[in-house]
Design a protein. Sequence first.
Lengths: 334, 299
Amino acid sequence: MTSKITTNSSRAFNGGSITDDVMPVWLQEAIKAIMLPIAGILFFLLIWGTAAQNINTSLGQFPGPAKAWEQFQSLMAEHNTEREKAVAFYQRQDDRNAARIAIDPSYPVKIRNYTGKPTYIDQIGTSLITVLTGFILASLIAIPLGITIGLSKNLYAAANPIIQLLKPVSPLAWLPLVTMVVSAVYVTDDPLFAKSFVTSVITVLVCSLWPTVINTAVGVASINQDLINVSKVLRLKPMTHIFKIVIPSSIPMVFTGLRLSLGIAWMVLIAAEMLAQNPGLGKFVWDEFQNGSSNSLARIMVAVLTIGLIGFLLDRLMLMLQRLFSWDKQAVLR
Amino acid sequence: MMTNTEKDTATNTPINPINPILELTGVGIEFPTPKGPYKALTDVNLKIAKGEMISLIGHSGCGKSTVLNIVAGLLQATEGGAVLEGKEVNEPGPERAVVFQNHSLLPWLSAYENVELAVKTVFDKSKSKAEMKEWIEHNLNLVHMGHAMHKRPDEISGGMKQRVGIARALAMKPKILLMDEPFGALDALTRAHLQDSVMEIQKDLGNTIIMITHDVDEAVLLSDRIVMMTNGPSATVGEILKIDLERPRSRIELADDPKYNHYRQQVLSFLYEKQRKVEPLVNSPKATKKVSVAKQEIA
């Protein structure tokens, strides 16, 4: 079935030259822009499906697209039932409290939170919150750090070896250290955040810092000499110089760094959550792996695709922000 | 024939204005290079009167830009120095505004905002908001950029960018305006337009201008005096040619003027006979110099 569609669509492209005089160019371009990605996706599904049929694991046959889709629907269904349960729970609680107050107006109302297990959507939410927290904290450190390093050749020379040394370190190496430090340092009776969350955030932070630091520093260091001369002739004060010349001028490079950092943050997060047991997508994958049911592989496959899709969307989001904030509209953005 | 050409070949004593606004005395500069110090300029003496328009002309690498950068304060002379209205120049400042060769507008700001940055910095306390706005618009109108003042540099042509660059420099109310090959990157027609604009502005405002140029016609057309520089290393002022043509000057009328052509011939003969230069292909002194300039700036 799938193969037929691919051949059909490819024939349509080859026939494009025949329809030249009929179809306007923009329509041809539009069809191309839509059809080519679809053809690519169909081809991927075809390969996946075929390969899956030929792989047998101890948990049964490797899931193909159909199996994964089925599990996706099942995860959504679980999510919906869980939400209904929660709504019902709060409804019951409200009713109960209302009844108590009706009898005794001085009754102190107790509201308890629903403590069902987190659904797939909840886990996506947790992952997003964790990664964005880590990424935003990392950016808040990395951008000023990058600007400082970029402004001074000497500081750059001093910091560069450390940055180059720490940049390639895997999150898996950081995690045990971070876990121990968080356990030792983050001790409160009423923790605002779960330890697993803090551990994951710090791991994400440590790993996603470097691209932004390096790109910001390079952006700052490579400001056009003429613009620096303009600043000198105007005798701009150091802070005005930084805010009026240095930062705007390095914005395109900063965004390049931020996009790389966000990509890394998202990639690192999954590993961090697996080990730190932060209730997000990483933990979901790990739990399913440990669970080892006949559906596990298909569910993990759903998670793989979700992770990819969200990573892609996060990158698009950064791209949109870059288009919005960067003055360099001629830069090739893809 | 030679009455209009006042030379100072051997003694290096130029025809000095009585009350110079700017005075360069024994200016020399050395750049450190890996191969040892490179002496770019030596014993440059020049006095410029208020309202004078001076061109610096010479071959590539003769240190024209270096002279200008010393006056601007972007480079420090290692010998001698520049004195502007009795004060020694040792750092850049808005009273010596520079028009850079490649416009140097901040690409993220509109033409108006580019001028605004200069005006806000220079007249921080002395002008009200309304006065600033008026002053910015006045200067943009002066260079005929009033219609496109809210466009950004990437939306306007090269000539227009340079006009904005000039407006920004003028808006600083400089005592002396320094122009580093301001029209070098422009096509011939645009250049002619801008030259006319500069003459017109100079007539109205009486600015003191030092302009670097490669273009003999430009030098003769615009200048009161042309300072011709010898080739580097150790470049210095070779000859100074006084251009005694009546203003306003029209390029079309002058093209047929024997006096004008005589001046042209003088400059050409200096450049191509007395200071004839065969460009080496690699390691030209200019390249070395540029590198060391950049190094100095960053440090």
